[in-house]
Design a binder for this molecule. Structure first.
Ligand code: 6R9
Length: 678
């Protein structure tokens, strides 16, 4: 590790300068903040009397980002070559680069560096779908798997910079495959193994991936999912794919011409593989997420910046200590799985749980039985799961011993008060911090979260509250002006730059700029709205664009409309979200049919749902379908979704002004049909 190299500070080139930082001080000042001891210590700053409280360190991270992040990058990551430039960022241009000149490898940081001290410690606990079955994988065993897969990929021609699609259930082989890509410098693109063949094909094609890693079958909630069959169907539409590796999860199926058994190929390889030296800014992975229009976006993350941010947030938000078991139950197909099942925990030498199952299999006690059996200190889950479980009653929780739990995290959607209180009081018995974390695929890691903060700082229901180190949230009004003071609302933006932020949309940098940097010049725009409360805390008010959040899964309304519109009887459609008790948001489709049609409406509704399932995934199927005589449109032809949202939310009295509509009578006709949904 080289650490003596001179570090050129280029803060002057970053448009987020000290000018703005002064307002940040005001925004962050809240009445409870006194200089009390910090709960999560930074050894890096322990000799600096100016950097002892949380507030001091937070302010330092905003005022001296180069010093803050470079100190941590050098002390926490292992570099093959030190960086010479801390950052080169211009937020106006959406130009983000960190730790230039440095070289490192993600798999070395996640695995190799722990071998001397933690080689025999458990890295992964695979909580398999079969109730009560777990498998432990030590850091040494993980290293062997990663190296074998790395050698296998190399032997089959996979090179640095190639994209590899991973369509696997959450399992040790999936984690080893991700890290093997990182080891040889390939960019992994994990696709949630619940997406349909068509959705998978679109992602493979967009990434121009030549290699797919999958399993014969997945198992979830006792049901088998024919993953290889889905891959076969996708690959038949993707000429770029040259090879498919198939992991044996259940032992089903046969191999075709370009298929290889992952297990057999791995067994042939050595468990030693030299890591590729990667530049800090080389892509580590891409991950598709939905936007308000068009195809899903391949959000690309860099190596060094992403790793540092995932590592820092996992450690400090959860106050993670080596030896503890970290139970993030997200699937690896989502960003939460990337940052808090794989990269964050492994970088910190943690024992991380790989949860393959679902929260109600075999019954609603699944998480808590697992908590008792694995003695988990940390749980990190979704509000949807909590809402579903709390309806099943407390007995499923209280019959298990949860005394190991220390921190209870939550992510993906707003955590409503009832679910917050149940999590805190029933699950945690009032002993644990409940940590509602706000962040996005694009932010790489947690950005707003009640912890870390000063010892004893309050945690309130319904909001993620406080920015993480280096994050300067800003609420911006429609004119692009920052809204200052407290008890205000606006578009949730971030005006600082941080290492974990996404670098581009793969293959479409212009779309990246248009989506995140053009709407409010000088700010990163999240797409969410937020409120700063009287006490200066952040509360998320929901998406400001046409993105739905169904059980924490992001879906573009346009993606669903595209599928519905392809049915030959359908003239046009409009999809909106509506409040749903369990899922947070449900999907409501207004469908206009072409003149005459023969099919009974219930049959048509089933067919439409089936199409959405086949082309996207089952979680994208509309809950409600209303066959409307027309859609409410302005004179310029724009659908007034505001009105449809009110109908969907069953608030026909709150439609507001409809006079600017081209044909206001359409609204009455829709309201009349409101009872007749399919
Ligand atoms: C990590 C993740 C991001 C969107 C985000 C927002 C919503 C996430 C939230 C939350 C309220 C929270 N969201 N966390 N809303 N409170 N604590 O979920 O990434 O799949 O990209 O979704 O999810 O709307 O913009 P991603």
């Amino acid at each position: 590790m080289a650490s003596s190299m001179h570090c050129k500070s280029i803060i002057g080139r970053c448009t987020v300068g000290l000018r703005r930082v002064n307002d940040l001080k005001v925004a962050a000042c809240t009445s409870w903040m006194q200089h009390r001891p910090l709960s999560t210590k930074f050894p890096e700053f322990q000799n600096n009397p100016q950097l002892q409280s949380h507030d001091q360190i937070y302010q330092f991270s905003l005022e001296n980002p180069d010093q803050f992040w470079s100190t941590l990058a050098r002390s926490r990551l292992q570099w093959s070559k030190d960086f010479d430039t801390v950052k080169d960022c211009d937020i106006i241009k959406g130009h983000i680069k960190w730790f230039l000149g440095g070289q490192l490898n993600a798999s070395v940081n996640c695995v190799d560096r722990h071998l001397d001290t933690l080689g025999d410690s458990t890295a992964l606990i695979w909580e398999k779908d079969e109730p009560g079955t777990e498998e432990h994988v030590s850091y040494r065993q993980l290293s062997q798997m990663v190296n074998r897969i790395s050698n296998m990929l190399k032997k089959h021609g996979v090179k640095k910079g190639d994209r590899v699609a991973i369509y696997l259930p959450t399992s040790p082989v999936a984690i080893a495959s991700m890290l093997a890509c990182a080891r040889i410098g390939a960019v992994h693109s994990v696709v949630f193994a619940g997406f349909s063949a068509e959705a998978l094909a679109g992602r493979i094609e967009d990434a121009k991936a030549e290699t797919v890693i999958t399993a014969d079958e997945g198992v979830r909630g006792g049901r088998k999912i024919p993953l290889k069959k889905v891959v076969d169907e996708s690959v038949s539409k993707c000429p770029s794919v040259k090879r498919v590796f198939v992991y044996r999860r259940t032992g089903m199926g046969t191999l075709g011409k370009n298929d290889f058994s992952l297990d057999d190929e791995m067994a042939k390889e050595s468990d030693v593989c030299d890591p590729e030296l990667m530049e800090s800014e080389d892509f580590l992975f891409m991950l598709y997420t939905s936007g308000s229009t068009g195809k899903p976006k391949g959000i690309a993350h860099s190596t060094a910046g992403y790793l540092l941010y995932a590592m820092m947030t996992q450690k400090h938000v959860f106050d993670y200590k080596v030896g503890e078991r970290f139970g993030c139950v997200a699937d690896i197909g989502w960003i939460t799985g990337h940052s808090y099942v794989v990269y964050g925990p492994l970088l910190n030498g943690a024992t991380t749980v790989l949860f393959e199952s679902n929260p109600i299999y075999p019954d609603a006690g699944k998480y808590w039985e697992m908590t008792e059996r694995l003695k988990l200190e940390h749980m990190y889950l979704s509000p949807t799961a909590l809402r579903m479980l709390l309806k099943e009653g407390d007995n499923f929780v209280t019959k298990y011993d949860r005394s190991s739990l220390r921190k209870l995290g939550c992510v993906g959607e707003p955590l409503n008060r009832e679910a917050f209180e149940w999590y805190r009081d029933v699950v945690g018995g009032g002993r644990c911090d409940v940590i509602d974390t706000w962040w996005q695929t694009e932010t790489g890691g947690i950005c707003i979260t009640p912890r870390p903060s000063e010892e004893g700082a309050p945690i309130l229901p319904g909001m993620p509250m406080r920015p993480f180190y280096g994050i300067a949230p800003a609420l911006v009004d429609q004119k692009g002006e920052e809204v200052t003071g407290n008890d205000v609302k606006g578009a949730l933006c971030i005006k600082s730059v941080w290492p974990g932020m996404a670098r581009t949309i793969y293959g479409d940098h212009q779309r990246f700029l248009n989506t995140y940097y053009t709407p409010y010049p000088g700010y990163y725009f999240s797409g969410d709205g937020a409120r700063r409360t009287k006490s200066g805390y952040y509360q998320i008010t929901g998406r400001m664009d046409d993105v739905l959040n169904v059980s924490g899964h992001r879906l573009g309304t346009a993606e669903i409309e595209d599928v519905l519109d392809d049915q030959e009887e359908v003239a046009e459609s409009a999809v909106v979200g509506y409040p749903h008790d369990i899922k947070g948001e449900g999907i409501y489709a207004f469908v206009v049919l072409k003149g005459e049609h023969d099919m009974p409406l219930d049959k048509l509704a089933n067919e439409l749902r089936g199409m959405v399932k086949t082309r996207i995934s089952s979680f994208a199927q509309p809950d409600m379908i209303l066959f409307a005589p027309g859609l409410p449109k302005t004179r310029s032809g724009k659908i007034m979704r505001r009105i449809l949202r009110k109908v969907a939310a069953n608030k026909p009295d709150e439609l507001g002004d409809t006079s600017t509509l081209f044909d206001p009578s359409v609204v009455d006709a829709i309201v009349e049909k409101h009872e007749e949904v399919y």
